[in-house]
Design a protein. Structure first.
Length: 196
């Protein structure tokens, strides 16, 4: 599947493909404009409290599987996983902030992962395992990163967000190109999510 050009939100920011080792890729759920607007507002509130680097609106997403650098000749295999797949989605309620202290990330997430999301995550990793990718040992913690390099502070000082009831419309394979001003993303393949 060919990389598609940027959409109206700039989803597919061009990424250099000249890394001889391959491309940094991940599978994710991509928010629509309404969800992006809400999440960007939450990111601004968090930034006012903790500083750090706010995620640009065109980079907001929920990661399903981060694979790191993959050889160029394997990227097409990954894109093919979405071809013809029947992926069932649902609604995800985001209503809380959290923090990963090691990487200094502040995120928005749900109180628990809904069954449809666990099923999608499980299907994806079973498909990836058949291609030789090892599933991470840590449990799946669905979240949307809002800040990177956040400073210290108490999350309880932030106003309780939302809630945001987000119904993702598509699962995407994305290539990431790190740059000093932040990563730029290129959507390589996508598949719509069907209603349950």
């Amino acid at each position: 599947m060919k990389a598609r050009p940027a959409g109206p939100r700039g989803d597919a920011m061009p990424a250099p493909g000249n890394d001889p080792a391959g491309r940094r890729v991940f599978f994710a759920l991509w928010p629509d404009a309404e969800a992006v607007e809400t999440l960007s507002g939450w990111a601004r509130l968090a930034h006012a409290a903790f500083g750090g680097r706010v995620m640009r609106p065109d980079t907001l997403h929920l990661t399903l599987a981060f694979l790191g650098t993959v050889p160029h000749d394997r990227v097409a295999e990954l894109a093919a996983l979405l071809d013809g797949a029947s992926l069932i989605g649902g609604t995800l309620r985001l209503d809380r902030y959290g923090r990963f202290r090691g990487p200094r990330i502040v995120w928005a997430g749900p109180p628990a992962s809904p069954p449809w999301l666990d099923a999608l995550h499980g299907w994806l990793w079973r498909a990836l395992a058949r291609q030789g990718f090892a599933r991470p040992a840590e449990p799946f913690r669905p979240h949307v990163s809002l800040l990177r390099r956040a400073g210290p502070g108490d999350l309880d000082t932030l106003p309780v967000p939302g809630p945001l009831d987000w119904t993702p419309r598509r699962c995407v394979l994305v290539a990431s190109a790190p740059r000093p001003e932040g990563s730029f993303y290129e959507i390589l393949a996508e598949r719509p999510l069907r209603a349950p």
